[in-house]
Structure formats: C-alpha cells, structure tokens
Design a protein around this ligand. Structure first.
Ligand SMILES: [Zn+2]
Length: 122
C-alpha cells in the first residue's frame, strides 16, 4: 500500500493548491520519482485514480517520470547512474561510491484548465 499513501500525499498537496489558488479542477499532475523510492508507476497511477474520486483532482491524469539512482565514484570521482544491480563504477569498476540521487519524490507540474503551476516537493 506504499503507492496508496503516496497518492494520498500528492492529493493533499493538490487540494491545498486548489484552495490556495482557487482552482475548481485539475487536468493533470506530473511527478518525478527516484528509482530508490520503489514506486511502480502503473500501481501509483491506479491508486491515484481511485484516491482522486470525490476530490478536486477527480478525472485528472498523473504522469510519473522515474529518475535513475545516481552515484559518485570515490576513486575516479566520476558521476554515473546505477542501472539494475551493477553496483560498481562503470568507469573504473570501483565498488566504492556514494549514492547522490534516486530518492526524489516531487510534483514538478500541475496543469489546471487555465494555467500551469511550478515545482512542489511532496
Ligand atoms: Zn570510478
């Protein structure tokens, strides 16, 4: 039920935005999620659709953009994306690196019938 609680967090933000800015409805929301969050896009889409019923976001669509897990090598100092289970630097094969991204979860865009909102962190 990980995705359901995330869908509800997103909806809470949308409801607040709607009240603050006087929106009557929302067309779509775009969310960026790092791979480390473990979000399954199809599952989050479904949970959002269910949770959005009877809210200002009823009938809106959600677009989920998955971001890779990024790391910085401690040996050659290059940045790289961690793909699958290859936990080593693709440049020098070092297994000593620090994870620098992949846990992001943020709303990057809210589209309403008349205008577009900017980025909001969930
Ligand atoms: Zn390296």
């Amino acid at each position: 039920m990980h995705e359901l609680s995330i869908a509800q967090s997103i909806l809470d933000i949308l409801k607040n935005e709607a009240v603050t800015n006087g929106y009557d409805s929302i067309d779509s929301v775009t969310v960026e999620a790092g791979e480390m969050t473990g979000i399954v896009p199809a599952s989050l889409e479904l949970c959002f659709e269910i949770a959005a019923k009877d809210t200002v976001a009823k009938g809106s669509s959600i677009e989920i953009v998955m971001l890779p897990i990024t790391a910085s090598c401690n040996d050659c100092e290059k940045d790289f994306d961690i793909v699958g289970r290859a936990f080593e630097c693709p440049h020098c094969e070092s297994t000593s690196f620090k994870v620098t991204g992949g846990n992001e979860l943020r709303i990057v865009e809210i589209e309403v019938p008349d205008k577009t909102e900017g980025a909001i962190t969930v």
